[in-house]
Design a protein around this ligand. Sequence first.
Ligand code: CP
Length: 316
Amino acid sequence: MKNLQQSENKKLQHLLSIKGLDKKIIEEIFNDADKFLEKKDIKLDGYTSLNGKTVCNLFFENSTRTQTTFEIAAKRLSANVINLDIATSSQSKGESILDLINNLIAMSVDIFVIRHSEPGIPELIAKNIKSNAHIINAGDGNREHPTQGLLDAFTIREFKKDFSSLKVAIVGDIEHSRVAKSEINILSTLGTKEIRVIGPKALMPSNINNLNVNVFHTMEEGLKDVDVIMMLRIQKERMSNKTVPSESEYFKSFGLNQERLKIANNDALVLHPGPINRGVEIESEVADGKQSAILNQVKYGIAIRMAVMVMMIRKK
Ligand code: CP
C-alpha cells in the first residue's frame, strides 16, 4: 500500500495511524514538543508557524480533550480555527463526507482534524482529496488515535526516559479501544522491553496473539513488576451482542485501586486517556494520587498537537 502518511521525501503529509510511522518522525515530534513545553509562558500569539493557515475540527463523535487541545494548539500557532458543528451542518441533508471536505477545501482549509465512529474514514478522505490539505486522525472507531498514542508515549518519556528497560501494562477494553491500538504500535516502534495487555477474554481482540504483547487475564499476574499502567475506559458505545460484566463486577476484577497499585513497581506511573469512569476502571485515590500523570497527559497533548501540525506545514 502507498504510504499516505509520508511524501516521497519523507515529509509528514497526513497522520492516520501510528502503524507505519517512522521512529525518526516520532522522535522529531517529541523533540519539537519539548521545545513548546520549555517555553513556559506561551502566549496565544507567541508562535506564528500557522499564521494564515486554517485548521478545521470535524468531530462526528463527542470529545472534550482532543478537540479542545487541537483548538488551543492551533491558536497558539496563530492559525484560524473552525469547529464545525456536525449536528447542525448540512450532513443532515444527505451531503457525503467527501463533498463536505471538498467544500471546506474550497474555503481554503489547510488541516482537517477528523474523528469518526467508522474505522478508516480519515484514510478514505486522505486517499480521495484533490488538494495538499493535511488530514489528522483524531480517532476512527476502534482502529487508532495516533495523537493520543504520541502524547501517551511522550508522557512516559518525560517520567521514565528509556523505553528499552520498561514494562508497560495496558488494562481494560483492548478490543474496542483505539487508544490501546495506537499505544501498542508506538510502544513497539520505540522498542519497549515488554508490552502487556490485561483484561477479560471477552474484551481482547481476536488477533491479540499476532500483536507484540503478552496477554494476562488477572491484575494480580499482569501488574507484577510493571513500570507504567495505562488504564482504559470500557467503550460500551462500541459493543453489540457482548456479555459485559456489570460495573461493580468489572471494578472487582480489573479496577485499579491502591492495593493493586502496590503489585506494580513502587514508582509505577499511572496513565488514563480520559474520560475517566471513577469506581469502574480506577478509584479516585489512584486517579488523583501521586503516581498519576493523567493531567500531565492532557497538558502534553497540546505540545504534541502543536508539533504534529508544525511538522506538516513545514516546507521540508
Ligand atoms: N482521550 C480522548 O480522546 O478524550 P476525548 O474523547 O475527550 O477527546
